[in-house]
Ligand binder design. Structure first.
Ligand SMILES: Nc1ncnc2c1ncn2[C@@H]1O[C@H](COP(=O)(O)OP(=O)(O)OP(=O)(O)O)[C@@H](O)[C@H]1O
Length: 320
């Protein structure tokens, strides 16, 4: 275990910002922390980085932060030094730690090679594409061989394709170098796609921590469920209208739109009210038992007015 947080709490001016936050981070793990604005995500990152002292609780590290193996906090925007070349930007952290010149050259060249920036070593940030700037910023963090990398909003201010590319790039790099990474982000798609564990922070409390699939498909409560995206609430009196097995005593089922399947059936209990095209899937609004369910399907020829049967994929359902 690389990091253990136990009962972390923090107040600003008497207002609790973090309340009893506990979780473990394994070596080499990528943890994404998500949550609404003001939930305390950045404060938690600063506490882990040692930039803020918690009012209560403890953090246990399996290593001591040192010149050789620091914790690195990469702040929002990946700001590069505009008057320094790519080489100088990447070398900055090593120079600040007074590493010998030969070590600096060797390590920076390794990064330039790994990040495919060799022919841009003497360029200035303004001469680079957005994607290249991101890579320089990540290289600048990686070059100091951090034990833990803390990222604050690493995908902010990037357009969609660059967000996904950067997320994948950070993921591959932290895996290859074995760097434990904690990222705070608003970008749920990227958090779900690249993290090993995802923590949902709400009003200073860690509501749930688990694999992205667990948290997404089996949220602990309605707030977590709704924060992560649309969710159908299916009450017990509708169970007989759907194809599914439900444990006895279940009062209500929370089901994501992608955990429901539709099949055309002239005698089916549902009627398609609306089909919305959304790129790689279509969202069908289906009237059934006096309610409406939202169901994501691959485009499959079903149209408004069609009668349907509805199947619940139990592996992706969640109960309350
Ligand atoms: N230095 C500070 N002094 C007083 N209050 C602060 C300070 N830093 C943060 N806060 C407050 O603590 C709460 C949590 O802030 P924090 O920045 O940790 O949230 P966040 O989840 O990162 O939000 P966002 O997603 O908007 O960045 C907010 O209400 C904020 O106003």
């Amino acid at each position: 275990m690389d990091l253990q947080l136990r009962g972390i709490s923090k107040q600003y001016n008497g207002k609790p910002v973090l309340q009893d936050v506990s979780f473990d981070v394994a070596k080499g793990e990528f943890v994404a922390l998500v949550g609404p604005s003001g939930a305390g995500k950045t404060t938690l990152l600063k506490v882990i980085a040692g930039l803020e002292d918690p009012d209560g609780g403890e953090i246990h590290c399996s290593f001591a932060s040192s010149k050789e193996r620091p914790i690195i906090l990469v702040f929002q925007d990946f700001l590069l030094f505009p008057t320094m070349t790519v080489f100088e930007n990447i070398a900055f952290g090593l120079r600040a730690r007074k590493f010998p010149k030969t070590v600096i050259r060797e390590r920076v060249e390794h990064m330039l090679h790994y990040f495919q920036l060799e022919n841009r070593a003497n360029a200035y940030p303004a001469q680079l594409s957005g994607g290249q700037q991101q890579r320089v910023a990540i290289a600048r963090g990686m070059v100091v061989n951090p034990a833990v990398m803390l990222l604050d909003e690493p995908f902010a201010n990037l357009d969609r394709s660059l967000r996904l590319e950067t997320a994948g790039f950070i993921r591959r790099t932290q895996q290859e170098f074995g760097i434990t990474t904690i990222a705070v982000t608003h970008d749920l798609d990227e958090a779900l796609a690249v993290s090993d564990s995802m923590g949902v922070l709400m009003k200073g409390r860690l509501e749930q921590m688990g694999t992205p699939k667990e948290v997404y498909f089996f949220p602990k409560n309605q707030q977590v469920a709704r924060f992560l995206g649309p969710m159908n609430t299916i009450p017990a009196d509708m169970f007989h209208l759907l194809d599914m097995d439900v444990a006895p005593g279940t009062r209500e089922l929370l089901v994501r739109p992608e955990a429901l399947d539709l099949a055309a059936d002239p005698d089916g209990p549902g009627t398609i009210r609306e089909v919305r095209f959304s790129g790689h899937y279509q969202a069908c609004v289906v009237a059934v038992g006096g309610r409406e369910l939202v169901i994501y399907q691959k485009p499959n020829g079903l149209r408004t007015g069609h009668r349907v049967r509805i199947r619940v994929n139990a592996d992706l359902g969640t109960r309350e």
